[in-house]
Design a protein around this ligand. Structure first.
Ligand SMILES: NC(=O)c1ccc[n+]([C@@H]2O[C@H](COP(=O)([O-])OP(=O)(O)OC[C@H]3O[C@@H](n4cnc5c(N)ncnc54)[C@H](O)[C@@H]3O)[C@@H](O)[C@H]2O)c1
Length: 310
């Protein structure tokens, strides 16, 4: 049985990963400090360390548990927080990841442990062309983008120096079950919340801005493949499909078979206008393709929250 440590396993993507690893027969261990993650997201039979990834004891846990894979999803993910608190943001995302890498370096003497790192489209900044591929320049426009990009370089250097196997995934806009609509939740989690609670949806901008929405189960599938076959490379995990917010609302209305009430507000400064990422590299490196249409992913998400409300 393969053993995986999921950092951030109490969070949105991490908890979906934990479920999937469990059902694929992995032994799963979660490390999370519960800043945004929730204890209820962790199944009872999963070993859980409530710990900050920057804690030197994290290395002791890895040496003790000897996992085959560290799936590193713990991060500070709030762009506005990063702008107001660049030191704390960098401390969690950069120094935290270096601590994870240090644990991989130390365990290397005992076993070959494979790293998966959740990076972000925020590493690219404002696209200079569409769809954004991995050759696109990296010019983050927030400290968050910068603190997600910087560890990519550390990972490559740790790989070159210590032959640590790795996969770096730059995710597009992930949505699905378990995403928090409060605070900086993605637009879909906010939309789903308004649909389930029958309240007004606020759309910032003219609605013609595009995003690349990828369902969390597609993210999970890419992680499962990389858990067995590290790519030692960086690739986008995306759909290659630009969706305007107006398209998103139309698809959602189609799913719920009624109109969604919208109010328009001024575009927010710092929001990227057009974005979508190609996924050909992931297709060729991982033999992976996004499987879920926006309609299918939205339907699964809305149904989940509607049934919980009953
Ligand atoms: N959600 C997206 O659309 C998206 C897009 C691109 C990249 N990502 C990346 O995917 C990963 C997961 O994001 P998410 O959307 O699930 O966010 P999330 O906030 O739901 O999950 C992050 C988890 O990390 C934990 N955490 C935060 N700081 C920690 C620390 N110092 N020590 C230990 N645990 C800590 C939180 O408690 C939480 O459980 C992040 O690395 C994020 O940068 C997410």
């Amino acid at each position: 049985m393969k053993k995986v440590v999921v950092t951030g396993g109490a969070g949105f993507i991490g908890s979906n990963l934990v479920q999937a690893y469990k059902s694929h027969g992995f032994e799963v261990i979660v490390v999370d400090n519960l800043t945004t993650g929730k204890l209820e997201n962790i199944p009872n039979d999963i070993k859980f360390y409530e710990m900050d990834i920057r804690n030197p004891q994290f290395i002791e846990i890895i040496l003790k548990e000897q996992p085959d894979i560290i799936n590193h999803h713990a991060a500070q993910i709030d762009v506005q927080f990063s702008i107001q608190n660049p030191i704390e943001d960098a401390s969690i995302n950069i120094l935290g990841t270096i601590n994870v890498l240090e644990s991989l370096r130390q365990i290397k003497e005992i076993k070959n442990c494979n790293l998966i790192y959740a990076s972000s489209a925020a590493a690219y900044g404002n696209p200079s062309y569409l769809g954004v591929d991995e050759k696109h320049s990296t010019n983050p426009i927030s400290f968050y983008g910068s603190s997600k990009l910087s560890p990519e370089m550390y990972i490559k250097i740790f790989h070159d120096l210590y032959a640590i196997p790795y996969s770096i995934f730059r995710y597009a806009n992930v949505y699905g079950i378990g995403q928090d609509p409060k605070g900086e939740g993605g637009v879909i989690s906010i939309l789903v919340d308004r649909i389930v609670n029958n309240s007004l949806f606020t759309l910032y901008g003219d609605g013609e801005q595009t995003r690349d929405f990828i369902f969390v189960q597609d993210i999970v599938n890419a992680n499962l493949i990389a858990s067995e076959h590290p790519i030692n490379d960086t690739c986008n995990i995306s759909t290659n499909i630009p969706t305007t917010l107006h398209d998103l609302i139309r698809v959602a209305e189609d799913v719920i078979e009624r109109k969604i009430e919208i109010e328009y507000e001024e575009e927010r400064p710092g929001d990227i206008k057009y974005s979508y990422l190609t996924c050909q590299k992931a297709e060729s490196l991982l033999s992976w393709k996004p499987k879920y249409t926006l309609h299918e992913g939205l339907k699964a998400t809305i149904n989940h929250y509607n049934s919980r409300k009953k």
